[in-house]
Write a protein that binds this ligand. Structure first.
Ligand code: MRU
Length: 347
C-alpha cells in the first residue's frame, strides 16, 4: 500500500498526487516552505492529509530553527505557523493541526528548545497515526449504514490518499468490504482536478474494490435508473449547524440524492467540524486558477481569454444530509445539537 504522507529522517515524504495514476512519484521535502508549497500545489490534498502534512511541515520547520532561547524559538515557530496557514483556506483540518502543534508550545512548561523540537516531531507523528485509527473507527460506524450488495456513489477523493491512510468516505466502503459485504462504488470523475478518476478510481482498483467511473453529469441518470443505493462523501469543513463544505459538485449530488430518496452520508473526523463557524455561508471557499478549467493535463480545451470561474468547494446545506459519520458515532439532525455533543464526548 502506498503512503500518502510520511516522516522520514530525510524529510517529509509525500506521494505526488498530481501525477497519479500515470506515475507513482514520492517527493521529499527538506524544509517547511517545500511542504507548504506541496499543500498549495496539491501534491498532497484532502482535508485530513493536509492537516497531517502541515503538522509535519511545522515539526520540520521547528527542527531547523536556530534560536537558542525559548522566546525567540516561539516567535519563529509562530511565523512558520502563519506561513503554513496561508496555503489553502477551506479545509479546517489545516488550521486544526497548526493549532494543535501550537498548543503543545503553550503547554511546554520548562522544556528546552531541543526537547521542544523532539516533542513537536512526536506530536506530528501522533496526528498521523491517530488519523488512521480515527478513519478505521469511522469506517466501522459507517459500514452499519451499508447493506450487503449496495452500490455507493462517491464524489472527489476521500480515501487513503486524502488522509494518513484508509480514508473517510472510502474508509466506510473499505470497512464494509472487510466485513464481507459486497459493495460496488461509482466514482464521479470530479472536474476540474479529476480527483475521482485519477485518485479514487486508482486507489480502489489497487485495493481490488469494485469501482465504476462516471463523469459528473451522469449521476442523476444512474440514480434514476436505480443503480445507486447510497452516497458517501468526505468533508473539508462542517459548520456548527451541519452545513458541509466539500469538493465542488457535492451540492448537486446531494440535491439529486434527495430528489431520488437516496441517503446522502458525510464521513468526516471531528477535526473537520468547526463549531466557530455558524453556517456554511461563513466557510471560506477557495477559488483556484482558471487554468484548471481551461486546460486538461496541459492541453487547452477552451477559447483563449474566455471568462472562467473555479470555486474548488461548495456547501451542502444540512437539510440534504441524511447523517454525518464520525469516529465518535453517527449523527443525525438536528445537527447543531449532535455536533456540539461530539465535543463533550456524548453521542
Ligand atoms: O481540493 P481537494 O482535493 O483537497 O479536496 C478534497 C475534498 O474535497 C475531499 O472530499 C475532502 O477533503 C475530504 S477528504 C477525506
Amino acid at each position: 500500500m502506498f503512503k500518502t504522507v510520511e516522516w522520514k529522517k530525510t524529510g517529509v515524504v509525500m506521494i505526488d498526487q498530481r501525477l497519479l495514476p500515470d506515475k507513482v512519484v514520492y517527493r521529499t521535502y527538506k524544509d517547511y516552505k517545500g511542504v507548504a508549497n506541496g499543500i498549495k500545489d496539491m501534491v498532497v490534498r484532502g482535508a485530513p492529509a493536509i492537516g497531517v502534512a502541515a503538522a509535519m511541515g511545522l515539526a520540520l520547520g521547528a527542527s531547523r530553527i536556530k534560536a537558542k532561547n525559548l522566546k525567540a524559538f516561539k516567535r519563529e515557530f509562530q511565523r512558520i505557523s502563519n506561513h503554513m496557514k496561508k496555503t489553502r483556506p477551506t479545509a479546517v483540518n489545516l488550521f486544526w493541526a497548526v493549532e494543535r502543534m501550537n498548543r503543545l508550545m503553550d503547554e511546554s512548561g520548562d522544556l528546552t528548545v531541543e526537547e521542544l523540537k523532539d516533542r513537536l516531531v512526536e506530536e506530528a507523528l501522533r496526528i498521523h497515526d491517530e488519523d488512521i485509527e480515527i478513519n478505521r473507527r469511522m469506517g466501522r460506524f459507517g459500514s452499519r449504514l451499508l447493506k450487503h450488495g449496495s452500490t455507493v456513489l462517491t464524489h472527489c477523493n476521500a480515501g487513503a490518499l486524502a488522509t494518513a491512510g484508509y480514508g473517510t468516505a472510502l474508509g466506510v466502503v473499505r470497512s464494509a468490504v472487510e466485513e464481507g459485504k459486497k459493495i460496488k462504488v461509482f466514482a464521479d470523475e470530479t472536474r476540474p482536478f479529476l480527483q475521482g478518476s485519477r485518485l479514487t478510481a486508482w486507489e480502489l482498483k489497487e485495493d481490488k474494490i469494485d469501482v465504476t467511473l462516471i463523469t459528473d453529469n451522469m449521476s442523476g441518470y444512474m440514480m434514476k435508473k436505480g443503480l445507486i443505493d447510497a452516497v458517501v462523501v468526505g468533508a473539508d469543513r462542517i459548520a456548527a449547524n451541519g452545513d458541509v463544505a466539500n469538493k465542488i459538485g457535492t451540492y448537486s449530488v446531494a440535491l439529486l440524492a434527495k430528489a431520488h430518496r437516496i441517503p446522502f452520508y458525510v464521513a468526516a473526523p471531528t477535526s473537520t467540524v468547526d463549531l466557530n463557524i455558524k453556517t456554511g455561508d461563513d466557510i471560506p471557499i477557495e477559488e483556484r486558477s482558471s487554468d484548471e478549467v481551461t486546460h486538461l493535463r496541459g492541453k487547452r480545451i477552451a477559447p483563449r481569454g474566455v471568462k472562467v470561474k473555479n470555486p474548488a468547494f461548495d456547501i451542502t446545506p444540512a437539510w440534504l444530509v441524511t447523517a454525518i459519520i464520525t469516529e465518535k458515532g453517527i449523527i443525525r439532525a438536528p445537527y447543531s445539537w449532535g455536533l456540539k455533543r461530539l465535543f463533550v464526548g456524548k453521542v
